[in-house]
Design a protein around this ligand. Sequence first.
Ligand SMILES: CC(C)(COP(=O)(O)OP(=O)(O)OC[C@H]1O[C@@H](n2cnc3c(N)ncnc32)[C@H](O)[C@@H]1OP(=O)(O)O)[C@@H](O)C(=O)NCCC(=O)NCCS
Length: 145
Amino acid sequence: MIRPAEVDDGPAIAGLEQLAFGSDAWSDGLVADGLSGQIPGALYLVATSQTVLGYAAASLFADVSELQRIAVAPEARRCGVGSRLLARVEHEARVRYSEQLLLEVREDNAGACAFYAVRGFTEIDRRPRYYADGTTAVVLRKELD
Ligand SMILES: CC(C)(COP(=O)(O)OP(=O)(O)OC[C@H]1O[C@@H](n2cnc3c(N)ncnc32)[C@H](O)[C@@H]1OP(=O)(O)O)[C@@H](O)C(=O)NCCC(=O)NCCS
């Protein structure tokens, strides 16, 4: 099931952040802020069965929205959870009259790059030394019809 995240989902989301992003992970406090409902345009979704299997965080605005995070627990990957989260983000962006969805991905993240390519994202830019360890960010865009 995909549903809007609640404040109580914070620890599970922060745990997945650590697993998926390590030293680039958002802090517990940043996750809690995002779930507070106080940030304009912020959307947090979780995929659940008995536990939280994955989550997505996005900033949704008219014209252009941004997918900031998407991660699935390692043991639940390649089962369609990420695709369902992303499809729901795209739906919520369309509802808010977004015409495109942007995101950044590390150029060495082959799995995520393949995932986004399958979902119709194309490269529009590169940002050298974007990440703390010097890795380049690839900027991807999907047109939302
Ligand atoms: C990227 C991520 C969210 C994908 O979630 P997922 O639930 O595994 O994705 P899905 O099962 O919906 O995958 C759909 C398709 O995307 C492609 N894909 C997904 N992961 C892939 C991988 N590691 N390698 C190659 N292709 C991949 C495949 O075509 C896949 O279909 P298939 O399994 O039938 O071959 C997940 O791998 C993840 O959490 N990665 C760590 C966090 C991360 O890098 N997030 C993105 C940061 S920008």
